[in-house]
Design a binder for this molecule. Structure first.
Ligand code: CLF
Ligand code: SF4
Length: 290
């Protein structure tokens, strides 16, 4: 049985109403991704074509030792999270890791983050893995808008570009959120705010994801990189307007730290990744969809 929303509000740094007091460890066990966000530094081809990339990613079998090390340094950690650097449902690594970590540290909250492409198909596995909190990144619910944020998806081995790919992505995200919410797992939706593209669409996203069962909503201002490197950074007014629009439909999470896929400690307060992952080298990516 997944932990209740009220327990998450107490003990999960990304579900409280105030700044975080508890910590999380991100386990970067998922190298590959199955979609191509235009703001993401990594791409599927980068991941697949560069030998040695897995050398910077933790193996599921290594995760429990890493968690033990992290808890010794930062006993405030209450959450084991997997948020990349690629997608958690593009391989079985996240499920393997949660099984191994859960066996050794059953007291930790299991938190998973996904782009949602495979969520509807793999919902039963998410539920069986005992996930307590799930984050799905939904950047648009209109394929025409999503296609400006995402170049293509890899769907059952086939590359599907543009609006057609975006449509499949959105359908699977929403169907997946519905299944997971019906199983009693608390869901947060993250949206990367790119004012020129999805700024006027935020209310519609919030309304749509709340209707299928999401509980919290987190608006993440774009860090301009990759193909969106020339987009302006969202202004305070734009962030405020987006939050205002969304808050009519769903409770917001306001303390996001835009964590890396290997973050360790209390978000915004302590950071122990360099000591905990000292032997692994840095995970290159600068963004996890937390
Ligand atoms: Fe990590 Fe994300 Fe779980 Fe939190 S982060 S997988 S829900 S344990 Fe939190 Fe970091 Fe923001 Fe994410 S502050 S990026 S919302
Ligand atoms: Fe994949 Fe996440 Fe990068 Fe998008 S932002 S391409 S979902 S790793």
């Amino acid at each position: 049985m997944a932990r209740s929303y009220s327990e998450l509000q107490q003990n999960h740094p990304c579900f409280g109403r105030h700044g975080a007091t508890s910590g999380r460890i991100h386990l970067p066990v998922c190298p590959g991704c199955n979609i191509a966000c235009r703001f993401c530094e990594r791409s599927i081809n980068d991941t697949e074509n560069r030998p040695g990339v897995t050398g910077r990613v933790l193996k599921p079998e290594e995760a429990a030792d890493i968690v033990g090390k992290a808890l010794a340094i930062s006993p405030e950690i209450k959450v084991a999270g997997i948020a990349g650097p690629g997608d958690t449902l593009a391989s079985d690594n996240a499920f393997k890791t949660f099984a191994l970590v859960g066996e050794k540290f059953p007291e930790l909250i299991k938190c998973m983050s996904t782009n949602g492409l495979m969520l509807s198909e793999r919902a039963d596995e998410v539920i069986a893995a005992g996930i307590d909190s799930l984050t799905v990144t939904v950047n648009a619910v209109d394929p025409k808008i999503e296609a400006q944020l995402n170049d293509y998806i890899i769907w059952h081995g086939k590359k599907i570009e543009g609006i057609e790919g975006a449509k499949i992505l959105i359908e699977n995200q929403l169907a997946g959120i519905k299944k997971i919410a019906e199983a009693g797992i608390t869901i947060k939706v993250n949206t990367v705010l790119v004012p020129r593209i999805n700024g006027a669409h935020i209310a519609k996203i919030a309304e749509t994801v709340a209707a299928v069962g999401a509980t919290r909503y987190n608006i993440i201002p774009l860090i301009p990189t990759a193909k969106l490197k020339d987009e302006p950074v969202p202004t305070c007014d734009e962030i405020h307007a987006a939050r205002n629009a969304a808050s009519k439909y769903i409770e917001l999470f306001l303390h996001c730290n835009r964590c890396r896929a290997d973050a360790v400690g209390i978000p915004g307060k302590t950071e122990f990744a360099s000591s905990v992952y000292a032997d692994f080298g840095a995970v290159k990516e600068n963004f996890s969809h937390g």
